[in-house]
Design a protein around this ligand. Structure first.
Ligand SMILES: Cc1cc2nc3c(=O)[nH]c(=O)nc-3n(C[C@H](O)[C@H](O)[C@H](O)COP(=O)(O)OP(=O)(O)OC[C@H]3O[C@@H](n4cnc5c(N)ncnc54)[C@H](O)[C@@H]3O)c2cc1C
Length: 407
């Protein structure tokens, strides 16, 4: 594609992926018109602080904005907050906004992300039942985090646990209800789930595992969560964090291949050569994992979008980064590199009792994943070992006398 083409590039979704796609188009010297359409009222922004510093009241919502106003102005985007795209006409190469306005594209980049999965039980649509995905959600929830109140968190995954930690910091009583028998079961191996459980219990959170929610009852005096085993938990506020659903409807209605995410190749191409996609909304192949995945991660949204934008400009690039994820809860920083389909045996470097250690997961003599708790240097040092699939000896990994960089 000629970088000076008059054909505009339209990006749908102004989150982490959409913002980075726009920035990359400009840094790669695309001089044409870039239209960035996002249905939220805010400029491009990232979400991780929403369950942490912003929810705690320690950072302003503006801290999540991807660009300083002066840098944003330099990108010279036709950025339209509050603009929802209703349809794509692939034959005419136009998108139509919900207002009816049509916009032509030469290339289209879909960065529509995901939305909070809703809880399908009676009473779950009551106003006291909240979700946390957007800046507006975070501010609305923050106003409810009043010391002394009882917050019930439904779902013991990342969002639920980060909200629980933030609410405890603000002096609320917190109960977490998790339907599965362990926390973060989808993302983490058993031993790390157990570490998280102990952490939250130490901070005074009541955790109910292995039981689902059958109804939510709201009355003038509060809100009661009815569990599947008949128990009733009374509280003041409920937050639901039961996963996300990728926003793929637009792509599916346009006839693009969708299978738990918009199906893309390793360069971000969809099944239409003029349409690309990146971020939470995609189902992507990762050669380093030897399988297709859909990721819900800040780093993936950014780095996959960079590749998709370059591909849209005709560059020959590939995306194959090891999934990296982090979470902050209380004084714990957890980082995870790699995403094995099944967690193999692990060895531990450091002392879990000290609160600072790393677990190295080994398969066939090489590393397949690392989980570091308050030990980010281990993860940084071992990144190359993991990427290169270099053979390693477990005894070397756990030996504090051996620097990981040396391996
Ligand atoms: C509270 C919270 C905390 C998180 N913490 C971490 C963390 O600690 N570490 C980590 O790695 N990841 C974290 N994540 C995940 C990470 O933020 C996401 O993976 C990332 O935001 C995905 O970026 P995205 O651009 O693909 O999607 P999104 O950020 O969801 O952006 C997509 C945008 O597109 C808009 N959109 C959708 N459809 C349309 C349409 N038809 N027209 C116009 N606009 C549309 C959406 O409204 C949204 O604004 C967190 C997520 C949340 C919600």
């Amino acid at each position: 594609m000629n970088n000076a083409t008059p054909e505009p590039i339209v990006i749908v979704g102004a989150g982490q992926a959409g913002g980075w796609a726009a920035k990359t188009l400009r840094s790669e010297r695309f001089a044409g018109r870039i239209v960035l359409l996002g249905d939220e009222a805010h400029p491009p922004h990232e979400r991780p602080p929403l369950s942490k510093a912003v929810l705690a009241g320690e950072a302003a919502p503006e801290a999540t904005h991807l660009f300083k106003p002066e840098d944003f102005a330099k990108l010279d985007l036709d950025c339209r907050p509050g603009a929802r795209v209703a349809a794509i006409d692939r034959a005419a190469r136009t998108i139509t906004l919900q207002t009816g306005e049509a916009i032509a594209y030469g290339r289209l980049i879909l960065c529509t992300g995901s939305r909070a999965r809703t809880l399908g039980v009676p009473g779950a649509d009551a106003p006291g039942v909240r979700y946390l995905r957007t800046i507006d959600d975070a501010l609305a929830l923050q106003a409810q985090l009043v010391a002394g109140r009882h917050l019930i968190v439904i779902g013991g995954g990342w969002i639920g646990l980060e909200v629980a930690a933030t609410a405890r910091k603000r002096g609320l009583d917190v109960t977490v209800i998790e339907a599965l028998d362990r926390l973060c079961a989808r993302a983490l191996p058993v031993e790390v789930s157990e570490h998280l459980l102990a952490l939250h219990m130490r901070h005074g959170v009541t955790v109910r595992r292995g039981v689902g929610v059958s109804a939510i009852e709201t009355s003038g005096s509060g809100i009661t969560v009815v569990l599947a085993d008949g128990h009733r938990i009374a509280g003041d506020q409920v937050v639901v964090g039961v996963g996300v659903v990728p926003n793929t409807e637009l792509a599916a209605a346009a006839g693009l291949a969708v299978d738990n995410g918009i199906v893309v190749d390793d360069a971000g191409r969809t099944t239409d050569p003029a349409i690309f996609a990146a971020g939470d909304c995609t189902n992507l192949p990762l050669a380093c994992l030897d399988r297709r995945v859909r990721l819900e991660s800040w780093a993936n949204a950014q780095n996959q979008a960079i590749v998709a934008a370059k591909t849209a400009l005709g560059q020959d690039v590939r995306y194959d980064e090891l999934p990296w994820f982090w979470s902050d809860q209380y004084d714990m920083n957890l980082q995870m590199l790699g995403y094995p389909a099944h967690w193999p045996e692990s060895v531990v470097r450091g002392d879990p009792a000290s609160g600072s250690f790393s677990r190295f997961y080994l398969e066939d003599g090489h590393l397949s994943a690392i989980v570091s708790i308050n030990a980010p240097r281990d993860l940084r040092a071992a990144r190359k070992l993991l990427q290169a699939r270099k053979p390693v000896r477990p005894e070397d990994l756990v030996n504090p006398a051996i620097q990981l960089q040396r391996l």
